[in-house]
Design a protein around this ligand. Structure first.
Ligand code: CAA
Length: 248
């Protein structure tokens, strides 16, 4: 089997790093698609090279913008020397506010980046995957899309939407060799989660039956599984990785 190309969207933080490294270890050529406003790509590449990952490809763009996604995937394919076989829709933001205080721009930013991004990115790759008869689309949802979270009507709606998108597209592509699955992580020790006020974060950790945050590797391992040959019969599924946290 020739080397597969995987494209992972999102800030160059722990999740993209670990997912990229795990996919590379599994034999994939990896493209990380980051937002130019938020990341320092040269530093990240240097760190990856120092850790032994010398072949990562970077492309920059905005997942909330369709034209930007078109350009980003075209650049990724040119740099990788072929089409995208595995798409990991991971990019996401929070704009947490109680609904009474939430402004339209906080609603729209989260829906555009966390949900419309799936349309914008998947459109660039899904038809070609179906033509080739093989593909993997892996969408990162959240436990808060499954259970809801006070202060996150925007985020919970978008992440629940990710699951609906996954189930619907899985049916459309099931006979074409392309699987579409979601992962719904609980709280992982990312910049996003560490930005929660410490006393609120402590309450959250206390509410997790395992009494801890998830390790990024616990998400990366699931991405590798869903991207693998052996996961070929899994589609439309949501893999919950949340330490037992389902209800408040
Ligand atoms: N349920 C119901 N009501 C709640 C509540 C809860 N869990 N938490 C707070 N409230 C109420 C408060 O009692 C308060 O009510 P009154 O005004 O009547 O007193 C009101 O909501 C305002 O609460 P705060 O004082 O906390 O308001 P704030 O503006 O300081 O903070 C917030 C609001 C930013 C949303 C804050 O509550 C918060 O950070 N909550 C956590 C949200 C969260 O879990 N985010 C996850 C981010 S990480 C992520 O999303 C990754 C992932 O996928 C898991």
């Amino acid at each position: 089997m020739s080397k597969r190309t995987a494209l992972v969207t999102g800030a160059l933080g722990v999740i993209v790093t670990v997912v990229s490294q795990e996919l590379a270890k599994a034999g994939c050529r990896v493209v990380a698609a980051y937002h130019p406003q938020f990341d320092k790509p040269e530093e990240w590449l240097k760190e990856q090279e120092a850790a032994g990952f010398k072949d990562f490809i970077l492309v920059a763009g905005d997942v909330s913008d369709f034209a930007s996604c078109q350009a980003m995937v075209a650049e990724a394919e040119a740099k990788a020397g072929g089409p995208i076989d595995i798409l990991v829709n991971n990019a996401g933001i929070t704009r947490d506010k109680m609904f009474a205080k939430m402004e339209p721009d906080q609603w729209n930013a989260v829906i555009d980046t966390n949900l419309s991004s799936l349309f914008n990115m998947t459109k660039q790759v899904s038809a070609k995957m179906a033509e080739r008869g093989w593909g993997r689309i892996i969408n990162i949802s959240s436990v808060n899309g499954v259970k809801g979270q006070a202060g996150q009507t925007n985020y919970s709606a978008a992440k629940a939407g990710v699951i609906g998108f996954t189930k619907a597209l899985a049916q459309e592509l099931a006979a074409k060799g392309v699987t579409v699955n979601a992962i719904a992580p609980g709280y992982v020790a990312t910049k996003m989660v560490m930005a929660i006020k410490p006393e609120i974060l402590q309450t959250i950790v206390d509410s997790v039956p395992m009494k801890r945050l998830a390790m990024p590797e616990e998400i990366g391992g699931a991405v590798v599984y869903l991207a693998s040959e052996i996961a070929g019969f899994v589609t439309g599924a949501t893999l919950n990785i949340n330490g037992g946290l389902y209800y408040q």
